[in-house]
Design a protein around this ligand. Structure first.
Ligand code: ATP
Ligand code: MG
Length: 343
């Protein structure tokens, strides 16, 4: 395992940013961002399209220069020591770096060359990674013939050729089917278990929930919220019990009794605010019994990361980037019910 030899970073900081700013023309993309990612952890950056996730990845991986900010990656200052940063990191971009005209193996060997590995060492590392990413059989075929999932795996395998301690994965599972996505999660967990730090961006909230130690939501050029998945879920209003009826008359009479419930007339459903605890559920059920209401379907909804995402990233997200006056969205004021309407 090329990464295991440098595990001395256990409790240190792999990536830190203080006051990171970036504008393109008069458009402010990153408006003063602070991040601190402990070594050996997974950090997920979420945000709507155009929020600046790729820009943040490009800056922290030395591909684009920031306008301002104190940035350190792998212990090195990005402004004064970009070469050292480059040597410590691997980057898998949002769009594939795989050359389709040559084989998977040749793509790997090209990376080995870029990392100045000897021919022999290059072959060894390429073979080991191709095996690990289940590409050994396809290694001699042109990459253009690979499926999307295979290309994505090759892309990440190429990123690992230099044995980076910190890897940036920009939407590593976009376009993958559920099985390939789960496989990729396994790959990422495997990397972390060897002490690698992973900075990933994703549109899949479940992915962040599954993988990330900490999650930040980027919106309007700023970090709208940051924390563990559980901490973020606690930011949005509590869950609800959803009662669905098939008979409009029974629905109407239930709605008349349950006046504090939110109505969804189209779906013949009522939402009773609830924290989803056993005690509350029992009292709701007892009470429904006592007033003679019998729903056809009862589901318990607890807030998930989708709710957090919708609460923190408003519909004005795109146009808001660039405005410095816009206050951070207050999750408490945004009804979590938006989620179902928007889906
Ligand atoms: N080279 C560039 N020149 C001008 N504007 C740019 C450039 N790169 C990015 N932008 C703008 O910066 C903003 C953020 O783009 P970025 O690609 O970082 O978003 P993102 O969060 O990665 O979005 P997505 O989810 O669609 O990948 C967008 O408005 C984009 O148009
Ligand atoms: Mg992007």
């Amino acid at each position: 395992m090329p990464t295991s030899k440098r595990n001395g970073l256990a409790s240190s900081t792999a990536v830190s940013a203080v006051g990171l700013r970036k504008s393109y023309g008069d458009k402010t993309v990153l408006d003063g961002i602070d991040l601190r990612i402990p070594a050996g952890t997974v950090f997920a950056l979420l945000g709507p399209n155009g929020a600046g996730k790729t820009t943040a990845v490009k800056i922290l991986s030395t591909l684009v220069t920031a306008d301002a900010g104190e940035l350190r990656v792998g212990g090195y200052d990005l402004a004064t020591d970009p070469q050292a940063v480059r040597a410590a990191i691997g980057v898998t971009g949002q769009f594939s770096a795989v050359d389709g005209l040559i084989t998977g193996e040749e793509n790997m060997l090209l990376m080995a060359d870029l990392h100045h590995l000897s021919r022999r060492e290059g072959r060894r590392v390429a073979a080991e990674l191709l095996e690990r990413f289940d590409l050994a059989e396809a290694a001699k075929k042109p990459a253009a013939t690979y499926s999307g999932g295979m290309k994505r795996r090759l892309d990440i395998a190429m990123t690992l050729v230099g044995g980076p301690r910190i890897i940036f994965l920009d939407e590593p599972t976009t376009g993958l089917d559920p099985r390939s996505r789960h496989n990729m999660w396994g790959v990422i967990r495997g990397l972390v278990s060897t002490g690698v730090t992973v900075f990933l961006t994703t549109q899949y909230l479940e992915e962040a929930d599954q993988l990330a130690d900490r999650i930040a939501v980027l919106n309007g050029g700023r970090i709208a919220a940051e924390g563990t998945a559980d901490q973020l879920k606690r930011l949005v209003p509590g869950g609800y019990v959803r009662l669905r009826f098939s008979d409009p008359v029974r629905y109407q009479s239930a709605a008349a009794v349950l006046r504090e419930a939110n109505r969804d007339d189209a779906a013949l459903a009522l939402r009773v605010p609830s924290d989803g605890s056993q005690r509350e559920l029992r009292s709701i059920l007892d009470w429904l019994d006592s007033v003679g209401i019998e729903a056809d379907e009862l589901t318990v909804h607890t807030p998930d990361l989708d709710d957090v995402f919708f609460a923190l990233t408003g519909p004005s997200a795109d146009s808001a980037a660039g405005s410095t006056a816009r206050p951070t969205a207050n999750p408490a004021t945004v009804p979590h019910q938006r989620k179902e309407n928007d889906r």
